[in-house]
Write a protein that binds this ligand. Structure first.
Ligand code: IPM
Ligand code: MG
Length: 368
């Protein structure tokens, strides 16, 4: 059986704790003969700043470039609040995304039946929810130049971020969204603000043009602010939702919370398909480093484990193993196992490691 080269970048805060559970799942997949990996580990974010004075070394970037896929935990925390902007923990993650060309960020928001009551919204609004947010990840205001704070003659300051998109950048992310929709319910909604932003005007125009190649997929344009409102009003109206880097950052946090907890959402960041048919890919939970609960065993490892499942599916074509892992998570939740973030009042929560163990038990049971 092929052995895949996987780079693990646990990062900061709860990153290492949830990554430890993924390592246990990786061992279980190996023992069950479902998938084999060559594991490498490196630092990113604050942990890399502490060790090397920068959030991502050239060596770590080279390792990431050479790996078949990367799994990342989370970066950042108050400990590094005062480091220079250029070397803040988040810059390590952004460099990975940009330098590896990971332009397509897939963020599925799925509401597990067992968790419909953990959502901030009523059960009937979220039960059965299954949205795929497709966020453009290497353009827009995150990387646009100029990006600076300058001092004006009167001594006050002026800050600039630049929102910029080219036709090619919009085209390729639109293709990802329409291709995905074909495998799902055949519906795409595209969110921008063409009523205020030139980049929104171009976005809408290009997405509409790409859509003409997909006669079997329906397209709806929605203003990003209205989309945020619709997501909490009637979220199930959406299937695939394609949007830019900044709107995608915000809307994916909203969608995440619909599912009950930010601790549930995995994500995949994919590059272009190369001549050999493979693509660079990084998988990470949507949640952050949650420094307030780090080291306490409270963190929910499901988003991180779900990121491994996405990796099996999208990078290695191991759909069967991914299905088994996803099903193990569903059954674990159905059995009543809850970390703190998803525990209803009166339910005794289990620890990060106990949740990992419970998922592995279900996986072993199903695969055995
Ligand atoms: C995310 C995060 C990142 C982002 C941060 C950590 C830089 O919020 O992946 O959604 O803004 O993209
Ligand atoms: Mg975010």
């Amino acid at each position: 059986m092929t052995s895949y080269k996987l780079l693990l970048l646990p990062g900061d805060g709860i990153g290492p704790e949830v990554m430890a559970e993924v390592e246990k799942v990786i061992d279980a997949l190996d023992a069950l003969g479902l998938a084999h990996f060559e594991i490498e580990r490196d630092l990113v974010g604050g942990s890399a700043i502490d060790a090397h004075g920068k959030p991502l070394t050239d060596e770590a970037l080279a390792r990431a470039d050479a790996a078949d896929a990367i799994l990342l935990g989370a970066v950042g925390g108050p400990k590094w609040a005062d480091v220079a902007y250029e070397i803040r923990p988040e810059a390590g993650l952004l460099r990975l995304r940009k330098d590896l060309g990971l332009f397509a960020n897939l963020r599925p928001a799925i509401c597990y039946p067992a968790l419909a009551d953990a959502s901030a919204l009523k059960r009937e609004l979220v039960e059965g929810l299954d949205i795929m947010i497709v966020r453009e990840l290497t353009g827009g205001v995150y990387f646009g130049e100029p990006k600076e704070i300058t001092t004006l003659p009167d001594g006050s300051k002026r800050a600039v971020d630049t929102q910029v998109y080219t036709t090619a950048e919009i085209e390729r992310i639109a293709h990802v969204a329409f291709d995905l929709a074909r495998k799902r319910s055949g519906r795409v909604a595209s969110a921008e603000k063409h009523n205020v932003m030139k980049s929104g005007v171009l976005w809408k125009e290009v997405v509409t043009r790409v859509h003409s190649e997909y006669g079997d997929v329906s397209l709806e344009h929605v203003l990003a602010d209205n989309c945020a409102m619709q997501l909490v009003r009637r979220p199930k109206q959406y299937d695939v939702l394609v949007t830019d880097n900044l709107f995608g950052d915000v809307l994916s946090d909203v969608a995440a919370m619909l599912t009950g907890s930010l601790g549930m959402l995995p994500s995949a960041s994919l590059g272009a398909v190369d001549a050999k048919g493979s693509r660079k890919a990084l998988y990470e939970p949507v949640h952050g480093s949650a420094p307030d609960i780090a080291g306490k065993g409270y963190a929910n490892p499901i988003a991180m484990i779900g990121s491994l499942a996405m990796c099996l599916r999208y990078s290695f074509g191991l759909g069967e193993a991914a299905d088994l892992l996803d099903a193990a998570v569903t059954r674990t939740l159905a059995s009543g196992a809850r970390t703190r973030d998803i525990a209803a009042e009166g339910v005794t929560p289990i620890s990060t490691a106990e949740m990992g163990d419970a998922i592995i038990r279900e996986l072993t049971h199903a695969a055995g």
